[in-house]
Ligand binder design. Structure first.
Ligand code: SF4
Length: 455
């Protein structure tokens, strides 16, 4: 049997044994996160209204940068009926429709759907100023795929250490590869679902931005690329960098007035272009508090990452062509050799210049982009990539993969061999999510150790 199928079987058993729900209810997200996840189709496309009618999202629409509902030009189908076009409003609470005055605001008259997360206990209807009833849908957080991610168990040695230590290296490699292939297929499926909603180029842009945002700034990078689609940025290519920094809220950030001379020149260039759009886009500018600036290495500061994204917009044709069939080495070489007049020499918008040139995108970020974007797209395209993939080396930079390595291979001198490839690390991450994060018994009920003996 193929290693991917064997891994899928092992994983099913873990889901049965899991003592807590597969996806424990995460903390309530903020409204922006909820909207971004909905727009990214993470809740799926099929829902039920409060009156039990099935609703299908035919088109997710566009982030609205004017007064009115959050998304405009969306299309839905209710109970298999005709396609309805209009706007969609998303709130945390059902009663926000009333509280925020949407019922009397004509800007909400073309709303076709009101989506919310929590009910207030009292019945609230969504109606427009013309007294039309707007169907309502309650989202279910438990349906989010990665809701459980983030519940990090302690990095102590697990019960699987002993059976793993007794397995030959080739067997462990085969397990990790099975898990890595399974992960790759899942990523490919998710991208395909998003591509159906937004088209290939936009999803390519969004997924690269997510990888550049790391875990801490994934949300603002996602919001930025949802609000500034690459097709739009390409049409205003000269202004695209200013638009990205403007909508990110970085050009209004406090403390930039005191910036050094080299920075001031760059800021002026951005401002000269941004001011034309500022009013039109003011509603889409991200709030400062959404960005996590502390804790990141200077090289990974969001300002620099955004500089890298802006550079990719300028090189978009090459990005698209590499994503359609480029070899891994060509992708890594392209990404790690990107240059920018300002960002190759600065860590942030306010910092002075560095003594030497610093890479816009380093090797570990390039590996993330390969693993999360380029290879899953290749799987969807039906291209054979596995032989190249499994040879690709990568630094162990992901915290969850490091914890998993510590739990599964504690004291095993072969540990480094298993995680020096991207496939090994991706396989470990999959095992960590499928077994460690589902386990609430401190390994006692985890089925992996027994399954390993049968592999
Ligand atoms: S939960 Fe399972 S996979 Fe994770 S360390 Fe414990 S025994 Fe190993």
């Amino acid at each position: 049997m193929h290693s991917i199928n064997r891994y899928a079987e092992m994983r099913q058993e873990s889901a049965r044994v899991g003592e807590r729900p597969l996806f424990a209810l995460p903390k309530t997200p903020n409204e922006l996160e909820l909207q971004a996840r909905w727009f990214a189709s993470e809740f799926g496309r099929k829902f039920q209204t409060l009156t039990s009618d099935p609703v299908e999202i035919v088109q997710f629409g566009f982030w609205n940068h004017e007064a009115g509902p959050d998304f405009q030009d969306a299309a839905i189908r209710i109970a298999g009926g005709p396609v309805l076009q209009g706007a969609i409003e998303i709130d945390l609470l059902d009663r926000n429709w009333e509280l925020h005055g949407h019922a009397t605001n004509p800007a909400f008259d073309d709303a076709i759907l009101h989506i919310f997360l929590e009910r207030s206990g009292v019945e609230f209807f969504a109606r427009t100023s013309t007294h039309r009833n707007v169907p309502q849908v309650q989202l279910d957080l438990a349906s989010l795929r990665d809701a459980a991610i983030g519940m990090v168990p302690l990095a102590h040695a697990g019960r699987c250490v002993a059976p793993l230590r007794n397995l030959a290296a080739e067997r462990i490699t085969s397990i990790l590869e099975g898990a890595a292939k399974f992960r790759l297929r899942q990523k490919a499926n998710r991208l395909r679902q998003r591509i159906e909603a937004h088209g290939r180029e936009e999803v390519l842009f969004q997924a690269i931005a997510e990888a550049l945002g790391y875990k801490q700034n994934r949300l603002p990078f996602t919001l930025l690329t949802q609000r500034l689609p690459v097709t739009f940025l390409r049409k205003q290519q000269e202004d695209s960098e200013a638009l990205l920094f403007g909508v990110a809220g970085f050009l209004d950030a406090p403390g930039l007035d005191a910036a050094r001379k080299s920075t001031r020149t760059y800021l002026r260039l951005l401002w000269d272009r941004w001011w034309k759009y500022r009013e039109q886009f003011s509603r889409l500018v991200l709030p400062h508090k959404i960005w996590k600036m502390s804790g990141a290495r200077p090289l990974n500061h969001p300002h620099r990452r955004l500089g890298a994204l802006a550079t990719l917009v300028m090189e978009w044709k090459t990005v698209v062509s590499l994503a359609c069939g480029g070899e891994a080495a060509a992708v890594v070489s392209f990404l790690t050799n990107l240059q920018h007049d300002f960002w190759s020499h600065h860590y942030t918008l306010a910092a002075g210049s560095t003594s030497s040139s610093v890479a816009l995108i380093g090797e570990s970020r390039a590996a993330e982009i390969l693993a999360n974007v380029i290879y899953p797209l290749a799987v969807n395209d039906g291209r054979e990539i596995w032989n190249g993939y499994k040879k690709l080396r990568a630094q162990l930079s992901n915290r969850a993969a490091r914890i998993a390595a510590a739990r599964l291979f504690a004291g095993d001198s072969r540990q480094r061999d298993f995680v020096r490839t991207l496939a090994g690390q991706q396989g470990l991450l999959q095992i960590y999510e499928d077994f460690c994060l589902r386990d609430a018994s401190d390994c006692a009920s985890c089925p992996l150790p027994e399954q390993l003996r049968r592999w």
